[in-house]
Every structure is written in structure tokens, then in C-alpha cells.
Unconditional design. Sequence first.
Length: 146
Amino acid sequence: MRNAKASLILKHQRQPKKPKPKRKSDYVPGFNYIFQDGALCKVGLSETPKIRRYYLSKEYAANLEIRAIVFTMNMKLTEKMMHRIFEGSHYLRTKGLDGYTEWFEVNPLRVLLMQITLFLLCWLLNLAYLAIAVLILMLLSSLLFR
């Protein structure tokens, strides 16, 4: 009787949402993040980075520390640029785990460099998107109000 009651209580407790499956295109607005696990950092993308951290922490049995979460107009492009910039310190974790190819060996100076690089990349990319939007609006207004 006691186990049945406990299972009913567990059934009705609110479970955290699982992350959405990856879409065919992540070249959309969202967040890029840097999570740290000891001497390793993961650079990735997500629309919900804190939920992503929760599930990655469970999968890797680690308490991942958030080092950076930055909004960008193109999260996949930003992630690709970060991976390209830091490919010299690339590190493969246990094959088959979610995101196992996106880890980098770090020290405190490299973590700081990764944070600065991520903020600058996102800032420049967002500025470029804003400039393109302004140019399109100027072009449309010149065509409409001749």
C-alpha cells in the first residue's frame, strides 16, 4: 500500500521538460553558451541553455558551471566560429554522449579568452544583422516614397 501511494505521488510531481529535438536548421536566433566541467569547457547552442545545462549535467554526471550565455541572431554560425577558433584545444569526451564532440581543454586564461571571444562574436554578428535590417528598411522606404 505504501509503495503504491509513493508511486502515485511521484507520478503527479511535475517533471522538468526534456530539451526539444534538434531542428534541421539552427541558423536562427538563440543562445550560445560555455559550460565548464573542471579542465574542460563545452561550447554549444540552445534556445533554453539552463535546461540544456541541467540535462548535460545529468548525462555527464557532473555539475556543469555556466561560464557564459549570450544571445545571438544566428546561434549555429556563432557556434561554428567558436569551434573553429578554438579547434587547437579540441577534446572528445565519451563517444555516444550528447554533445561529446564539442568540448575543449582549458585553463583559467583560456576560459576568459573563450568568454571574451563569444561576447565579441555575438556582438559583431548581432550588429551585422541590425545593419542589414536597416539597409533593407532604407531600400524599401526609398522605393515606396519616391
